[in-house]
Design a protein around this ligand. Structure first.
Ligand code: NDP
Ligand code: TDO
Length: 284
């Protein structure tokens, strides 16, 4: 069986893949943190590809600080666009299948219907724009790719909204959370499982797909569920976006339609509340 290289292995999704790799004893998964393989370092990438000649590459490396990206557009673009192009070029040269992850923030989010892959992407933040550019550079270099757009990732690893709520819940009796932005929380471990499923299945249904957990929620709903399921008495006050100013504008409605990924890969996707329970069990 060929080798799968994982870039950005120290991040949230990368650590979920490491967890599944350990649990399933997948010896052909090679994890490369930024310190070993910076996706902006073309010479280092060339030598990693020459050494491993990977069958698959999973790219978890990204610039994900949504607000900070507004002031660091060049840095965000280098990682989210140029870094992805470096990987795609080498995947093309080495016949490697690229599994790349993108975001619901490529959408303006002004509608009210679940978004399909062919809906117009019109990002309203630097992060969203640079992630869209990353999606768009891939097909020029290789046709062997899966791009999975996902949303609102959380897990026991790295920083994420669920962990922020648990921390705030310990510190305060009340938190104020936006209820007028709708999307779908996604357990990063479920996404990691989906990525490994693509590899296991040997699927050649290349292309762009939407993947999140099932259901719809506001950030307020998610916070309420976190406190309810973890038995914390914290009160959640619903507020509007205007009452929580941030540098980056976020989509109002970015629920992803998963019809295509389920059909192409034969996946059963858990509801976000079920996956949240599983994550909170891991965190406890
Ligand atoms: N988090 C979320 O809510 C969502 C994430 N996504 C997408 O999912 C993917 C995974 O996200 P997630 O795991 O949460 O992100 P994280 O920010 O947790 O992890 C990203 C990793 O990429 C690394 N990295 C940054 N720059 C480089 C570089 N030049 N070379 C190599 N590695 C680098 C970071 O290293 P360091 O820690 O040193 O900066 C970090 O370890 C990303 O593509 C993201 O855009 C999509 C929707 C939602
Ligand atoms: C901490 C906090 C956040 N919020 C709001 C702000 C924002 O609209 C929303 C989420 O805030 P965060 O900053 O935690 O999450 P954010 O960084 O916006 O999350 C996004 O990250 C990128 C990487 C993606 O790709 C997206 O899919 C999405 O997951 O919750 C509150 O209303 N109250 C709070 O106390």
């Amino acid at each position: 069986m060929g080798v799968t290289l994982v870039f950005g292995a120290a991040g949230q999704l990368g650590q979920c893949l490491q967890q599944l790799g350990r649990e399933r004893q997948l010896t052909n998964l090679i994890f490369l943190p930024r310190t070993q393989a910076n996706i902006l370092d073309e010479a280092a990438l060339q030598s990693v590809f020459t050494q491993y000649r990977p069958t698959y590459l999973i790219n978890c490396a990204a610039y994900t600080a949504v607000d900070k990206a507004e002031e660091e557009a060049d840095t965000a673009r280098r990682v989210n666009r140029d870094g992805v192009e470096n990987l795609a070029r080498l995947c093309g040269e080495f016949g490697t299948t690229l599994l790349h992850v993108s975001t619901d923030f490529v959408f303006a989010g002004t509608g009210n219907q679940p978004l399909i892959e062919t809906d117009e992407a019109a990002p309203i933040s630097v992060y969203g724009r640079t992630k869209l550019e990353g999606e768009q550079v891939i097909p020029a270099h290789t046709g062997q790719y899966f791009i999975l757009r996902t949303s609102w990732l959380y897990s026991r690893y790295a920083g994420n909204f669920v962990k922020t709520m648990l921390r705030l819940g310990q510190e305060r009796s009340e938190v104020r959370v936006i209820w007028d932005q709708l999307g779908t929380p996604t357990y990063a471990l479920d996404l990691a499982d989906c990525l490994l499923h693509i590899i296991d299945s040997g699927s050649t249904a290349y292309g762009l797909y939407h993947y999140s957990n099932e259901g719809v929620a506001s950030w307020y709903d998610l916070a309420v569920a976190v406190f309810e399921l973890s038995g914390l008495p914290t009160r959640v006050v619903p507020i509007r976006t205007a009452e929580y100013p941030t540098s980056a504008t976020r989509p109002t409605f970015s629920v992803l339609d998963k019809t295509n990924v389920k059909a192409a890969l034969g996946l059963a996707i858990p509801h976000w509340r079920e996956s949240l329970k599983a994550c909170l069990r891991q965190l406890a």
